[in-house]
Design a protein around this ligand. Structure first.
Ligand code: SF4
Ligand code: SF4
Length: 449
């Protein structure tokens, strides 16, 4: 009997390993496919020995016992230490974020005022000012054609700035909060969003003062009651080339996609008679990852980005704030993400600017969390010319949304023991410092840079 149990388990493991080889080949993960194939061969050879040499039933009893024990250890829920997540106690002034500081022009009144109030940032910012800059010639990853393409997407998103808000319809369309919430979520997903969630708008979601364009220095006074967060998927093939040009081409493309959805959704809500404003690239009043977390779309990980359950950080986010009555989602509090991040550190290891902390979460502005060194990160962007995204590429949560990786994601969520297994497995299959992959075929256009 134990011989049959051993055989059934061995065949199941082999089927899993071999299907994983094909899935990896399909994902263009040759290194992982090769290692999985080697594992399958070693596993088959080792297991064939007791069958060929007719080992005793006792031996098979021990072997099947070991297999069952390993499987149970991996699938039985083991919660592990609880890592409390806290909501921010203060608002962020948008003038302090890097995009705002990068827009300051030396010797202008704005520049002088900002650095007289924040002299601690001047030296740090002068470092990125010496570099060529995002999407500029002379940067390490310069690619004239793909930078032109990324710039075209940013240019198109910018044209939406006149459409983030607008006229309200005088007639209100009567619809219940339950029905309109469901309708909006379904329509967003139908239109290409990966996920859509709702939260009550909190003070800490909002920047205190604007930091970009015409909003610079203005106190933000958004009084909407609800916020709708929308995510779209970034292509794995494109982000796998990080920090090369296709990754910024993809970021820009998805800012455009999610911006389009948010602008259309805000206009639709205004057409039903309720005020609504879209918050899209370069035109935010809210901090999108904080809104998306409270809208139930994910958790904030070590690299400071939203970690979604199906795609990890491989998403772009936009938000619509509104006075329309809606049903908020439950806040997301996924302990396993923080616990996995505490052990993983893969983003910190691979970050080319050492901007990501290796330590556990720390108290920053009265809240326990991780915070990246935004100056170091942005300075690297101005050197590479792209938005880097190496952290996003190597994150074990970023793997494609398919059978193999979803089993792993489920295991990570379920058990602290599985988390250790998954981390070792990720290093074994993809490497501790995964390398950038080749450009997608159609992007390998030979241009004279
Ligand atoms: S790479 Fe690892 S440590 Fe970094 S965010 Fe992803 S899971 Fe967390
Ligand atoms: S984008 Fe690049 S430089 Fe910035 S934190 Fe991520 S890996 Fe580091």
């Amino acid at each position: 009997m134990f011989k049959i149990i051993t055989l059934i388990i061995a065949v199941a493991v082999l089927i899993f390993l071999i299907s994983s080889v094909f899935i990896s080949l399909n994902e263009n993960e040759k290194h992982a496919a090769y290692r999985l194939l080697s594992l399958s061969v070693i596993f088959s050879l080792l297991l064939s020995v007791p069958f060929i040499f007719h080992f005793s039933e006792f031996y098979f009893a021990v072997l099947s016992g070991i297999f069952i024990l390993i499987i149970l250890l991996l699938i039985i829920p083991v919660k592990g230490k609880l890592h409390k997540t806290e909501t921010p106690k203060t608002q962020i002034d948008e003038r302090n974020i890097m995009f705002s500081r990068a827009e300051l022009i030396p010797e202008t009144e704005r520049f002088i005022n900002y650095y007289s109030e924040h002299p601690e940032n001047l030296e740090k910012d002068n470092k990125f000012r010496k570099n060529s800059g995002l999407l500029q010639a002379g940067t390490a990853k310069y690619n004239s054609l793909l930078f032109a393409l990324a710039d075209a997407s940013f240019y198109t998103v910018e044209s939406f700035k006149y459409r983030v808000d607008g006229k309200l319809s005088e007639t209100k369309i009567p619809v219940s909060p339950e029905k309109i919430t469901e309708f909006i979520k379904k329509y967003m997903e139908f239109s290409g969003a990966k996920a859509c969630g709702v939260t009550e708008l909190k003070k800490y979601h909002l920047y205190s003062y604007g930091g970009r364009g015409g909003a610079y220095g203005k106190k933000l006074t958004n009084t909407h009651k609800f916020a709708i967060a929308i995510t779209v998927e970034m292509s794995k093939k494109m982000t796998d080339t990080a920090p090369a040009a296709p990754t910024v081409t993809e970021s820009a493309r998805q800012y455009l996609e999610v911006g389009k959805l948010a602008v259309q959704l805000a206009a639709f809500i205004r057409n039903t008679g309720y005020s609504a404003r879209a918050h899209i690239d370069g035109n935010y009043e809210v901090i999108c990852p904080l809104v998306a977390k409270d809208a139930g779309l994910g958790e904030i990980g070590r690299m400071g980005l939203l970690m979604t359950p199906e795609l990890g950080p491989r998403v772009r986010i936009a938000v619509v704030t509104t006075s329309l009555e809606m049903i908020p989602d439950n806040q997301f509090q996924e302990n396993s993400v923080i616990d996995f991040c505490i052990q993983c550190k893969k983003c910190a290891v691979t970050c080319p600017s050492q901007a990501i902390s290796f330590s556990d979460r720390e108290k920053i502005n009265e809240v326990i969390r991780w915070q990246i060194n935004q100056e170091a990160c942005y300075t690297y962007w101005t050197k590479s010319g792209t938005d880097c995204s190496k952290c996003l590429q190597v994150c074990p949560y970023s793997h494609p949304n398919n059978f193999l990786h979803n089993i792993v994601r489920k295991g990570i969520k379920n058990s602290v023991i599985f988390r250790k297994f998954a981390l070792t497995g990720d290093d074994f299959l993809y490497g501790k410092k995964p390398k950038a992959k080749a450009f997608p075929e159609f992007m390998k256009i030979d241009v004279n840079n």
